[in-house]
Every structure is written in C-alpha cells, then in structure tokens.
Design a protein. Structure first.
Lengths: 249, 249
C-alpha cells in the first residue's frame, strides 16, 4: 500500500512551492492535479503520471467521489501518490472529504501546506493584511450567493477593522456590493481585484465598493481574488493621484 | 544600494520554506531574524551575517524603529538584505512599518510569502479549516485584551460557522473564554491548542471552550496557536473515546 500526500501547490508561481512539496513531487509516481495547477508545477514531478481532475466553477468538473476513488485505487498500485491542490490544501479545497475517504480505506496520508493565494496577493502589492490601528484580523471566505448570514458577518468584520479575502469570481460582485451596502459598509471601502496572482499574467485593479459593479466589464480568464479593507486605502489614493497627473493641462 | 527581501520563514520546519525564499537566503549577505526563527533555518543562509532582532511577548524586545533603521542602513552596505519573519511576513508581522521605512529611504523591496502557522497546524492534525456544512470561512486574529468589539466579532463568526485561528499566548485564555461565553458561544465548542507547530517539539491539546481555563496549567515554552471551531468536533470525540477505553474494568 502506498501513501497519499495532499500537497499545496501555492498560488501559481513554481518557486512558491515549499521545499517539502518539491521533494515529494520529485519522487511521486502519480499526481492528480487541479485545473489551476500549471505545467511548470507539474515539471517538478518528472517521474510521475499526471492526471487532471480539475474542478472550476462553470466548467464541467470531475465528481468529488470519483476523485476520492481514484486516490484510493492509486494508493493500491503506487508507493507515492500526490494530490496537488492550488493554494493551500486545507482552505476551500474539500480536502477533508479526500482525507476521510483515504482513512476509511486504511491508506496512510500526509498533508503539506501551501501558500494560500491571499497571502501571495498581499506580498505582490506589498500591502500587509494586518496593520496596527487599521486591520487587526483577516477573514478568508467564499461568497455563498444569497447567504445573508455570512454577508452580515463579513460586513460587521469590515466595519470593525478586518481585511476580507474572497476566493470568488467577479460574476458575484454586484450581489456582494448590494449586500455590503445594505449592511452599512461604506461605499468608499477599498477593493483590490487580482487575477493570476504570482504569475507572469498577473493583473490587478484597485477600486471601491461603490465602483466594483463596473468591474464586471473587466475581462478575465484566470482565477480572481477579491480583497476588501481599509489597508488598501493608500492604493486607491495613489491611483487617484496618478489619474490627476495624467490629465492634460 | 542593495535590496531588502521580507521573507516568510514559515511555521518552523526548515522544509516548509518556499523554494524562492531558500534561493534568496542562499545568496543573502545579511539576515535580520525573529526570535522564533531557529538555527536550522539560518543555515539556509551560510554566506550571511545573522542578526537577531527578536520580539516576543513578555521578553525585552528590539524597538520596531530600531529594526527599520537597521534595514535601511544594511541596504546601504549590502546587495542582498533579508528580513526573515516567522510564518508569513504580512500576517501580524508589522511588515508595513518596515516596508514604509524602506520605501521612504528609496530602497527597493520584495516580499516573499510564507506558510502561516494556522495552515501548518491544520496540515499537522489533518483537519481542514473549511468544510461544507461545518465551516465556510476562516478568521486569523490576535486577541486584544479588553477589546469587546473584536470579541463580539469572533463570537458571531464562530456561531455562524467560521473557524477561528488565534495567534496568541495561553495566558489570555481565561479572559477569552469568559468573553466568548458572554457572547453566546456554546461551552462545548472544540478548542485545539498547538505548541511548536511543524517542529519535533510539537505538542497539542484538544479541549472545549468550557475546559480551556484549565489549560493555563499546561506548561509551554514555544509559540502557541489556538484554533476554535466545529471542524475540530471529531478530535474531541476521538479523545473522549480514548479516555473511556483507557478506564480500568
């Protein structure tokens, strides 16, 4: 019987993988990887069979139960099985379902943490997610459409000095904004939208809660991260100054 | 003029450093490191001068302004200056103050994210921090003594299916418990206390909010992380079963 490693691939850049993750990939026999894991990352596992099991919102996905069964079967035929998951495996990754299925089948597991995208986003723009007097906590969430209770939590958190990192698509932006405003979050609260964090295709847009719905027109193909909070105030101000300076005359 | 890299050291284990962080350390001329960064991690920077600038609660610490000035001065004498910070540099690390001081002095900076301790803790116990139907978000916080507003936020979050990770000492446990109960968090909510996450000295204790004050008697020398939330229910149950099985007769 082999062992299954749930390895965090990090946000996208190959060298944001951990040393431990890279070592395990180097000796992997088979790697089951998410849609967001790129070819460069897979090159860290040259000996392994590479099996895509992508799940991306809006795109036909592999059923979670099928993934679980693949992992169990693979562990019966290979020594070193890797489940490579974007970001950190334990954050919004349905890792528990995989771990439980493997445990039920008596298969040994190990989890290797990864850099979660919000932290790589913070490093990229050089704005810390906590700051004395501005933000004393961080919330990682996925917006659940129509979930008023969750919305009210985030709204309360933003109002009382938290930074919120939403692992989401921009298609939910309009509903989110309406809900935040309903719960009393000021319209001038800064919002940072980041696509393809840590990769050469990285793009970002700084806006405010009031102006976020216009971002619906912002075309994007890659994974998007939305960060909300007062720590980003200085980015909004910098952009405003740059716009003024660019005006003719 | 040199460049200053703020590098996340991760939770403690050397091989939870990123490939990028390790590469930068290998060519570093001087490394300013926190009290929680061990000798093994420093061995990744064999060419560098190693300067401790430890800040630990309760122990005499180096003033933040002095650290800022050290970094600026070092960048004027060395090509590659590393500020090595435990966990991720942008989470509770006062990184913004260092970045701002360097920026004001016209010094180039780069931030390399690290594995934040809460994610390594989750990997270690193999319990995901989010799970469908149990936890839909994660909050990273430091308890601010007597900060009723923050307490009320966490309490609301725990009640509405969030996992809370507190970067704190156990000496604040009693006050925290009283406050959580006052805000209506059930006493049987699971609490996981972890010391020296990811290192050979790692220790953990599973308890509940009601029983956490007894943990004050739990002696610890290393950094402690407190995780609260329903995702840890199964750990409390497992421990209860083990205790029953250990009873004589």
């Amino acid at each position: 019987m082999g062992k299954v490693y749930l390895v965090g691939a990090g946000p996208g850049a190959v060298d944001l993988m951990t040393l431990r993750g890279a070592r395990i990939l180097a000796s992997a026999d088979i790697v089951f990887y998410d849609a967001l894991v790129g070819n460069e990352l897979l090159s860290l596992a040259p000996r392994a069979i590479h099996v895509p099991v992508g799940k991306r919102s809006g795109i036909a996905s592999t059923d979670q139960r099928i993934i679980n069964r693949c992992l169990v079967t693979a562990a019966r035929h290979h020594q070193c099985v890797v489940r490579l998951k974007g970001g950190d495996p334990m954050v919004f990754g349905r890792a528990q379902e995989e771990l439980d299925a493997l445990s039920a089948a008596g298969i040994d597991t190990e989890v290797v943490p990864g850099i979660t995208t919000a932290l790589a986003a913070s490093a990229q723009v050089k704005i810390a997610l906590t700051r004395r007097g501005t933000s004393r906590s961080i919330i990682f969430a996925t917006p659940a459409i129509g979930d008023g209770e969750a919305d009210s939590d985030w709204a309360a958190a933003i109002k009382s000095q938290s930074t919120v990192a939403l692992y989401m698509g921009l298609n939910q932006a309009e509903r989110l904004v309406q809900s935040m405003k309903f719960h009393g979050v000021p319209g001038n609260t800064p919002v940072l939208v980041m696509e393809n964090v840590s990769t050469p295709d990285a793009r970002q847009m700084v806006t405010t809660l009031s102006e976020l719905p216009e971002a619906n027109n912002w075309r994007h193909d890659g994974p998007v991260m939305v960060l909300i909070g007062r720590v980003f105030d200085r980015m909004v101000q910098t952009e405003a100054v740059e716009l003024l300076e660019a005006l003719p005359g």
